[in-house]
Design a protein around this ligand. Structure first.
Ligand code: ZN
Length: 127
């Protein structure tokens, strides 16, 4: 059994209650299944979906991540590329959104579950 910190459990998208069970069915860049999330933890049985449409609130986290990404990429382009026009910004931001969409989708849900899921970390006792 691997002991995970809360940060590494969030990073690896693990269950907030046991930090072992995976939240998602497949890897982030499996484009057919990256949206699919487990309903219940395989390890401890914690419910990941508290109520219907529970994860609608994660859109706000995703929005904040997108705004942060836009600002960072705009700053990087502004300071690294001379003669950058509006097309440069548009192409960079659109390609970032397309490439990072699976990760932003997942981590917004993971952060939402850790923040509002009401699951407390209860490590399993070893015999
Ligand atoms: Zn669990």
């Amino acid at each position: 059994m691997v002991k995970r910190t809360k940060l590494s459990a969030v990073f690896q998208a693990r269950c907030p209650q046991c930090r072992e069970g995976k939240l998602f069915i497949s890897k982030a860049y499996n484009l057919r299944k990256f949206l699919l999330m487990k309903k219940v933890c395989d390890t401890c049985g914690a419910r990941f979906e508290k109520e219907p449409r529970f994860y609608d609130g994660s859109m706000y986290i995703s929005y904040a991540m997108s705004v942060g990404l836009f600002l960072m990429s705009a700053l990087v382009i502004n300071y690294t590329i001379e003669n950058a026009n509006e097309n440069t910004y548009l192409i960079a931001i659109i390609s970032e959104v397309i490439l990072l969409y699976p990760l932003m989708y997942r981590y917004s849900r993971v952060l939402f579950l850790y923040s509002f899921g009401g699951l407390k970390y209860t490590p399993k006792q070893n015999n």
